[in-house]
Design a protein around this ligand. Sequence first.
Ligand code: P6P
Length: 363
Amino acid sequence: MAGIKTLGQFIIEKQADFPYAKGELSRLLRDIAIAAKIVNREVNKAGLVDILGEAGTVNIQGEDQKLLDVFANNQFIAALTCGGECCIVATEEEEDFVPIDSPVSKNAKYIVCIDPLDGSSNIDCNVAVGTIFSIYRRKSVDGMATIADVLQKGTEQVAAGYVIYGSSTMLVYTTGKGVNGFTLDPSIGEFCLSHPNMRVPSEGYIYSINEGNYVHFPEGVKKYLKYAQVEDATTNRPYTSRYIGSMIADIHRNLIKGGIYLYPTTSSSPNGKLRLIYECNPMAFIMEQAGGVASDGFNRILDIQPETLHQRTPVFIGSEKMVKMAEKLMREYSPQKPLLNKESTVAIKLNGTDQIPHKIITG
Ligand code: P6P
């Protein structure tokens, strides 16, 4: 078939974008893709082999680990150990970071932060799940890499991506020069370029949130939901609610169609549920590279300085105009710590009729 470009070919081709690259990042991305193909094989037949259900263990988050969580975690760590390009793996499934202590990895340049299988509670009912990864350059120069090498701001990422094990299996990633999507062709066992230069529409009409938590949402989120549900043909409202309960699936759909995914603070998740380092930072990098926005309701996700390995953050991510509207309402109705930027006041239409002056932060 004319025009097939595999992930491997694409990575080599794009390596030229990085004049100083000697192939380590390319090798690292290929190592991740190999592990993803192995995980895909098990996810796709999970119902047939004894790999569904609970592992009988609990991860650092206090969540029951599924057999596939543990399997996926082990596969990625094994592939990264074998590849020799990564010196530390920070994973949702391990309490502390995992030093890759092999002769070739001690001097490896890269750190990988990973959620091996996000949404795994959905596996038993055949809902799309995914892997999320984030790649940093090691900052320390000698000895073993440390936690400081992991706790870097999202702006320091050199690459980020996700694999969605859905009706088809796709790998979507960025190295800071746009976002490209590859669909796995099982007949040749290769990820093939299927979605070049992915861009998220600046406006969308889909919102994704667990409305079961409504009573505990910040007032600004409640106002946003009411805004989304108002009849206003001129702004294509009411929007459509779509919530799969698997963040990668929701964000992937919104990336393609336009939309916003919100996981705000709730009573059971006072700091938000999603983890900064291996969920929100990589998805924020990808979304921004596709022309979208990702914030905690007030601040850019990528600017947050991580303090701990598994820290959580509220997340509002997707089409720029939708996230900006949600941020305006958060600043107006759920003010957080004062922001440094200059404040200005502008009237915005909330329900097509009211002109309510709202402070927004500009600059
Ligand atoms: P809730 C899956 O556990 C996850 O981390 C995300 O993939 C998903 O969007 C969210 O949590 C679902 O959480 O509280 O709505 O069930």
